[in-house]
Design a protein around this ligand. Sequence first.
Ligand SMILES: NC(=O)c1ccc[n+]([C@@H]2O[C@H](COP(=O)([O-])OP(=O)(O)OC[C@H]3O[C@@H](n4cnc5c(N)ncnc54)[C@H](O)[C@@H]3O)[C@@H](O)[C@H]2O)c1
Ligand SMILES: *[C@@H]1O[C@H](CO)[C@@H](O)[C@H](O)[C@H]1NC(C)=O
Length: 480
Amino acid sequence: MAGDAAAKGMKLDRYASALRRVASGKVVSASSHLLFRATVLATLALVFLFTFHYPSLLSRSFSLSSSSASHPSHRSLLMSSSSSSSPAAATYGGAAWEKEIRRSARPTRDGGLAVLVTGAAGFVGTHCSLALRARGDGVLGIDNFNAYYTPSLKRARQARLAARGVAVLDADINDGELLRHLFDLVPFTHILHLAAQAGVRYAMEAPQTYVASNVAGLVSIFEVAAKHADPQPSIVWASSSSVYGLNKITPFSESHRTDQPASLYAATKKAGEAIAHAYNHIYGLSITGLRFFTVYGPMGRPDMAYFAFTNSIVSGEPITLFAGARRDFTYIDDVVKGCLGALDTAGRSTGDAKSGKKSGEAPLRVYNLGNTSPVPVTRMVGILEKLLGKKANKRVVAMPSNGDVPFTHANVSHAAQDFGYRPTTSLEVGLRHFVDWYVDYYKVKLDVPKISKVASGAGGGKPAAKKKKKKAAAAMVTSS
Ligand SMILES: NC(=O)c1ccc[n+]([C@@H]2O[C@H](COP(=O)([O-])OP(=O)(O)OC[C@H]3O[C@@H](n4cnc5c(N)ncnc54)[C@H](O)[C@@H]3O)[C@@H](O)[C@H]2O)c1
Ligand SMILES: *[C@@H]1O[C@H](CO)[C@@H](O)[C@H](O)[C@H]1NC(C)=O
């Protein structure tokens, strides 16, 4: 004890003297040392904070899917489980809840996979879950339905999944206790880990949510797979093209440097790749990281440019474009094929969960999943204008250095070689599918221009009529 205190005292002394040195400006290298130490300490403190305190802050409503009233049993499960919110409650909803979980996760074909899909009510998660289910794999989803973008869209996706027999638990991936319980119930063969805090610019507003979901949450998933699952599942997870950051060599190859992230989002994905390496090395977990390139399509993310631009064009609001920006837009169906290909070729985890024995045999892989043909964002807007029958009110500005990178372009030859990944959807075709869905989902009436009408109707009342129309369109977009 006394020695402990003395050591602490010495540490404090050293910090005090370091501070003095910095203050006097005599030793420059000391300040960078101190900064480095402070950064390491802050990172450790953050990880500690989230690992130990975050789960207790979470809503522990382990409700089952179905936002529709057509599943009263699920509704009542939701009630009962969220009311017994004490951490000691180990029932997680009881026998009916467990039965529903087993049913959802059970494959319906011989040799089918049993997949835990995190972020299942998300854009990519929903499409992957539907595809897995359609070919007879068992799927259980987890999603915390956070409000980064409108949860009503996540609930709508959940309803789509429920209609196909896929349950999505309303839970956070940082809830290790729940994860362990799920692995006690189901011998999952695979985890498709897609839950994350996405978005590049939002990281300036809510940096801690990126650490919570993309770093602490990833560790939570790897922990349960490494130590508490028997057999260990193989893991496929979503990294991001953003790890290439300021890399200037195109097309981006997996071997290119990824140590210059341009956003905190990118930094957490890069951290995830390093964490994956550690869990593969120590615990013999089979881990495949997929670097997605700007995924778009039906049921997509409202925070992404193609979706937000569609909202603005329909409602007549101006849009802001970054000059010179190009993106390797990748259609969702192509990405889904890549995800399933990665799951099917994942290879086994080789660690022994029971003895904690390690083995170096398990695969550690990383693949680009892009479209291999970057398109200027201005052209993307041009395609939307054509599909929507309406001109955008464009404002072009220089790209700010707050997270976005000027271009992305994937080299996908590794994914092609290892699981036959071949993107086949052009941006024109993919955006048509998106707009078809958008129009249906938001009940938008497209305003296809009629030249003769416009010409004959030219008069004093025209601007007012135009304004009225604009308002109506905006209302249509926001309702639903
Ligand atoms: N869409 C893209 O263009 C793109 C590009 C690169 C990488 N990615 C990555 O792909 C994955 C899927 O992306 P998406 O476009 O479907 O995003 P999304 O936001 O639609 O899906 C992520 C889902 O995870 C859930 N989630 C977030 N944090 C959670 C937590 N702590 N616990 C439980 N659930 C949580 C969210 O509610 C959301 O439904 C993410 O990891 C994302 O970072 C996407
Ligand atoms: C893509 O990557 C492969 C494998 O690393 C490489 O052989 C090929 O030359 C790359 N293609 C281009 C156009 O850079």
